[in-house]
Each structure stands twice: as structure tokens, then as C-alpha cells.
Design a binder for this molecule. Structure first.
Ligand SMILES: [Zn+2]
Length: 593
């Protein structure tokens, strides 16, 4: 079939250069690795994965935790949950491993059952048409979620690490990202410790009896349970800078700026400049590119998280050993900072939609470096991302997919391919429409939980055209295009004929791919044309004065693809098999619960 070259649509391709021939330096891959050997999980109670609870909507968590003396593991806890009015006759909450001392509803002792990781509390909804206050008093040694252990330097510490659904190990909760709530945290800690948590501090810490100090924090911006944290240890608090001045509506400061700080163990304070030197600039960049900074402050915290970095709302936790090693974590810092907008403020409604958090944090992390360090740096990160995806074990699954083990969601589909989905969309829409659409999406959904359909609708609106085909093939179908390109010269017609075949796995879709075709010939120089692939094999004819010297498709690298003649990337397969192995071990442990 003969296809003429279309000039009716333009791609905005001016901002990117062709990938350089220099060999790339190794880059960090933030978030996807587990940072360090995960500690063993020893929980003995079944905890259903992805449990939703039953139609209770938590509006606010007021949590109080008394930490043990240094070296101890037993905590005392009190959780006050404010539930929205509703018809549910009982509150079904995720909670496991700790002994319950008392359950009250609106101040009165309440009937409750507690088994198999579920706490059911009878509600008397007829008594009041307003919100219901549920109070649970408990104690014990958390099996997970709240990590009480010696830090990397051998001193005691207490850090929360909830992702994905480990909040249930230290407070009763709707332990699923769809339910967001404001929160207060009161922590009684050893006197020499500092305590950081979500939101803003409520006054100065108060010294109590028996060598303790009490710290109170509060966030009035609703967060998901996995983002609700505190960290407590002997730490140095290093101011990093002020950011997003005038674009931080939740900041308690009179000047409208958000405070950015680093909370580090005394041995590692050099990291304040090494890894966090540009942390305030990152907040400035994102607040201009996406929308106002959503939270009260931003603390970067050296911690016991099992992840390289964990994007807890306004209190990002980093792997303590990574920071103690003295290597820069700046790539991770950019990724986690972008998560404050995508993941923490606009949250995936279900785990299957994790790309809305990880794909966005990955791509916007790259965009920070494109803005500050130039397009070559950006392109190196994109290329490493592409190779990591091509070599991964998940190319046969779509991005939006359900896994029995939630840790398996931490895969290159949600990170690398998710980032490429945004890059491809930017290539199709052009910068103005793309970033305008992202800003609209953020402004409409900050503080809520969303699905891919919400994002797709906002982007189609910004593009002024239907994009269902784009999201269907890239989010809900597996694989990627593998393109075989050949060209010949038809002297009689005075045309170059370019044949493009999609030779990917037959079970993968035939992709619809708008792209540029570049033809270099001896006389006219370099010409570019817009083409659109819609079939497994297509021939494009271009009038030319002579044979082409070279032909390239997608010369600026806007598409996630592999060329058939391209040698498969090597060297990254091992790393991802290690990542999957880490997830598999966690799963095996979970099976023993
Ligand atoms: Zn991430």
C-alpha cells in the first residue's frame, strides 16, 4: 500500500538532541532497588494483601506512641480515628501483632473482635449523624512497620517503614492507598533523640518524666496510610534551604516558603551538601513545573527504610547505609522529591496503578536533570531506563497489572516503562500541551486518589484530541515495538521507498506509532517527515533526487522501541534478576505468615 507523507500534524521535537555516542556513566536507579538486605519478617499473623476494609472512610488519625527505652522493642500506642458519617455498622481495620487493651467508640467502651489481622469494631451510627471517634489502646513489639533497631553506627533508633501495607503492624488503619486522612503524631522518645514526622511541629518538644521528651507533629494535608510516618533517633538537623516561596500554601511560615532540611546521623552530616545540596532547588523546579508544593515542609531523613528511598509525605526516608557509605544519592533525592507531587499528593487509587506514582517520579526526576544539567544527562537517564525495561522479566505484562505479592509491583513496567509513557506522550503533544495537561491533572487531583483514566481524561482534554488508543496500547497491553527498517531507490519514480515492519512478538499489539522519519541523501541533505505506523508492515515513498545514504526512524528517541538490528542490551539483566530475587524472597517469607 502506498502512503503519502503527512504534514497535517506536527510533533514538537525541537528540545531534544540525538543520543550522543559517548559511553554513559552508570546512573542511580532510584527507588527500584531494595537499598540493603531487607530485615527478616517474623510476623505470625495472616495479613490479607490489598484489604480495603469495609466502607469506612478515615478522616483523621491521631496517633500517640510511647517508645521503649533505648534498646527495647515494646511500644505503647493509642490511636484515635475520626470516621466520616456513613452506613457501615462496623469499622473494619487492618491491625496485626499487637495486644489491644481498650476499644472505645465516641467515648464508650465498644464491642470489637480482633483476629487474622483484622480488627472489627461495632459502630452505633444511630447515636450520631456526625463523624465517629474510634479509639484503640494497644501495646507490644511491632513485627514490622515500626523498625526498632540499632542504626548503621550502632546506636538505637525507631523508624517507620510502611510501604506497601505495613502500617497495620503499628497502628489500626485502612492500610490501602485509596483512603487518605489528615494526621497528628505524638511520640514520647528518649530525651536525647529528635523526632520527625509528617507535617509541621506543634510547638517545641516537652521534657517529661523518666528521661523522655514528647514531640507532636500534625499534617492537615490528607495522606495515605503508607505515607504516614515518624522517625526517632539521635540525629543532626541540617537546614538545606527555603523553597517554593509563594508556591507552598500549606507552609506555616509567614514568608510562604517551605523549609527543606536534612536529618542525618552525626557521622554522615557531609551528606547535607553531597546528596541534598540541590534539594531546595528541586522543590523550586517541581513547584514551577507541576504546581504548588503540597505539604508543610520537606525533611530528608537518614533512616531504617528497606528501600533506597521512600517518599513519605514531607518526610522522605533514605537507606541509612547508602548515606553512610558516602556516595551521592542525588538521583534518588530528585526521584523522591518528585513523589511529593505524584504518589504523596496525587495518589494511585489501587496498587495496580502504581505507575502513576513511580513512572511519574522517575520521569520528573529525569526532567529535573534535563532542566539543570542539560539534555545529554537527561538522555543518558532515559536510555538506561529503556535498557532496564527491555532486559526485564516483565515485558510480557502490561503496566497496569495485579500481582499477588505487592513487592512485585516494584518492577520496570511501573518505573521505566511508566516514565517512557510520559516521554512518548510529551513527544506526541508537544511541551506546551503536555506540561499544561500535567498541571491541570495535578491541580484537579492533588489530595485525592486517582486512576489512569483520570490522567488520560485530563491529557486528552489538554491535547484537544482522543488519546484512548495511546493509553490502551501502552498501559493495558504488554510489550514494545521492535522495528525493522529497510530502504530502496526507485529511479523511475524518483522516490526513496522506506519499508518499516513491526517485528515484535506476535502476541504483543501492533502499535500505532506517530514518529519522524529522517532521510539523508547526497544532494538535498537531511530531511524529516512525519509518518504514522499502524500496520505490521508499511512502505513510505518520498520524492528524492537520488538514493538515500541513510534512513532513520524516530531519530530523536521519542519512542520506547528496539530496532531489529540493535544488539540486545547486556549487563542489566543480572541486576534485575537480583531485584526480582529480592522480591521473591520477601514473598516466600510472606507465605509463611
Ligand atoms: Zn519511587
Amino acid at each position: 500500500m502506498r502512503r503519502s507523507v503527512s504534514w497535517t500534524r506536527r510533533l514538537t521535537l525541537a528540545t531534544l538532541l540525538v543520543a550522543g555516542a559517548c559511553s554513559p556513566a552508570p546512573l542511580e536507579t532510584p527507588g527500584i532497588d531494595f537499598g540493603e538486605e531487607p530485615p527478616p519478617i517474623t510476623a505470625g499473623v495472616a495479613a490479607p494483601m490489598g484489604w480495603y476494609g469495609d466502607a469506612v472512610d478515615v478522616l483523621d488519625y491521631a496517633l500517640e506512641v510511647r517508645l521503649p527505652e533505648p534498646g527495647g522493642t515494646r511500644i505503647e500506642g493509642r490511636a484515635r480515628l475520626t470516621l466520616a458519617p456513613g452506613p457501615a455498622a462496623e469499622a473494619v481495620l487492618d491491625f496485626t501483632g499487637l495486644a489491644i487493651r481498650e476499644v472505645r467508640v465516641d467515648g464508650r467502651e465498644a464491642q470489637a473482635s480482633y483476629a487474622d489481622g483484622i480488627l472489627r469494631i461495632a459502630l452505633d451510627r444511630a447515636a450520631s449523624s456526625g463523624p465517629t471517634l474510634v479509639e484503640v489502646v494497644y501495646e507490644g513489639t511491632p513485627d514490622d512497620g515500626l523498625i526498632l533497631r540499632e542504626n548503621v553506627h550502632g546506636r538505637p533508633s525507631a523508624f517507620v517503614d510502611n510501604w506497601p501495607n505495613r502500617a497495620r503492624f503499628w497502628f489500626p488503619s485502612v492500610d490501602h492507598p485509596h483512603d487518605k486522612a489528615t494526621a497528628s503524631l505524638t511520640v514520647h522518645a528518649p530525651e536525647s533523640w529528635v523526632v520527625v514526622a509528617n507535617g509541621r511541629p506543634l510547638g517545641e518538644p516537652v521534657t517529661g518524666a523518666a528521661g523522655t521528651r514528647t514531640w507532636r507533629w500534625r499534617t492537615d494535608v490528607a495522606v495515605s496510610a503508607y505515607n504516614l510516618v515518624f522517625g526517632a533517633a539521635e540525629m543532626s538537623v541540617v537546614p538545606v534551604g527555603l523553597a517554593a516561596c509563594g508556591r507552598a500554601p500549606a507552609s506555616p511560615r509567614a514568608d510562604g516558603c517551605v523549609e527543606v532540611s536534612a536529618w542525618l546521623f552525626a557521622e554522615d552530616t557531609a551528606q547535607a551538601s553531597l546528596s541534598f545540596g540541590r534539594a531546595a532547588d528541586m522543590v523550586d523546579f517541581y513547584s514551577e513545573a507541576i504546581g504548588p508544593y503540597p505539604f508543610e515542609k520537606l525533611a530528608h531523613v537518614q533512616s531504617a527504610t528497606r528501600f533506597g528511598g521512600m517518599e513519605n509525605a514531607s518526610a522522605i526516608f533514605y537507606a541509612e547505609r547508602r548515606l553512610a557509605s558516602g556516595s551521592s544519592m542525588e538521583g534518588t533525592v530528585a526521584h523522591e522529591t518528585a513523589h511529593q507531587w505524584f504518589g504523596a499528593a496525587v495518589t494511585e487509587r489501587d496498587w495496580t496503578e502504581l505507575w502513576l506514582s513511580e513512572g511519574f517520579a522517575t520521569y520528573f526526576g529525569y526532567l529535573y536533570f534535563e532542566s539543570r544539567d542539560g539534555v545529554d544527562d537527561f538522555r543518558r537517564r532515559l536510555e538506561e531506563s529503556r535498557r532496564s525495561y527491555l532486559e526485564s522479566a516483565v515485558t510480557g505484562s502490561p503496566i497496569v497489572a495485579r500481582y499477588d505479592n505487592l513487592f512485585d509491583q516494584l518492577n520496570p513496567n511501573n518505573y521505566a516503562k511508566g516514565a517512557w509513557v510520559l516521554h512518548m506522550l510529551r513527544g506526541i503533544m508537544g511541551d506546551d500541551a503536555f506540561f499544561g495537561g500535567v498541571r491541570d491533572y495535578y491541580a484537579s487531583h492533588a489530595g485525592t486518589a486517582v486512576t489512569s483514566a483520570d490522567f488520560a481524561a485530563d491529557m486528552a482534554n489538554a491535547a484537544g484530541e482522543d488519546l484512548d488508543w495511546f493509553f490502551a496500547q501502552w498501559l493495558h497491553e504488554p510489550g514494545y515495538p521492535v522495528l525493522d527498517v529497510e530502504h530502496g531507490w526507485d529511479a523511475a519514480a524518483g522516490e526513496v521507498a522506506v519499508t518499516v515492519r513491526q517485528v515484535q512478538d506476535p502476541s504483543w499489539p501492533t502499535f500505532r506509532l506517530p514518529m519522524e522519519l529522517e532521510i539523508v541523501d547526497g544532494e538535498a541533505g537531511t530531511q524529516r517527515y512525519l509518518i504514522e505506523l499502524t500496520e505490521r508492515s508499511q512502505v513510505f515513498h518520498v520524492a528524492a533526487p537520488g538514493p538515500a545514504r541513510s534512513v532513520r526512524v524516530d531519530p530523536d528517541g521519542w519512542l520506547l522501541k528496539r530496532l531489529a538490528r540493535e544488539a540486545p542490551p547486556r549487563g542489566l539483566a543480572e541486576r534485575f534478576s537480583q531485584t526480582r530475587y529480592a522480591g521473591a524472597r520477601l514473598f516466600e517469607r510472606r507465605l509463611t505468615w
